[in-house]
Design a protein around this ligand. Structure first.
Ligand code: ZN
Length: 141
């Protein structure tokens, strides 16, 4: 469960360091070092500035790499993490389609495609409860 004010600030900041730390702390991106398939050694959480995600798992022995999205909810999206979070946040607030388009800068068709991806994961979870002001995101894959 995440506080709405905290999430609003985090998402609006577009601070990828803070966003990835938050997602990793909550295991929404992989937070335990995976083993390298070639060397069977633990991979290291490393920085790669050319990636939109900035961080990834890397084997310090052979250089093999893995996205933090691997086997996580976010692995099915081909958009930057900050943008996906924004779309999910607006979805949870039940923002109408046109406002979502304006807020996120994505096409209406893309929003519908994303809603189709998001709905199976989040519909069983309570939408934003105005009294509790909390949102829950779970990994399901
Ligand atoms: Zn390796």
């Amino acid at each position: 469960m995440f506080e709405v004010n905290f999430l609003t600030e985090l998402i609006n900041s577009s601070n990828i360091d803070e966003i990835e730390k938050f997602l990793k702390d909550n295991d929404l991106i992989q937070n335990k070092a995976p083993l390298c398939k070639k060397c069977t050694k633990e991979m290291k959480w490393d920085i790669k500035t050319t990636l939109s995600e900035k961080y990834y798992w890397r084997c310090t022995t052979c250089g093999e790499s893995k996205s933090g999205r691997n086997n996580r909810f976010f692995s099915q999206f081909d958009l930057p993490l900050a943008k996906i979070l924004k779309i999910i946040f607006h979805w949870s607030l039940q923002v109408c389609q046109n406002d979502k388009k304006t807020l996120n800068g994505v096409s209406p068709i893309r929003i519908i495609q994303l809603n189709d991806l998001i709905n199976p994961y989040l519909i069983p979870i309570k939408r934003l409860d105005p009294l509790k002001k909390k949102i829950t995101i779970k990994n399901k894959c």
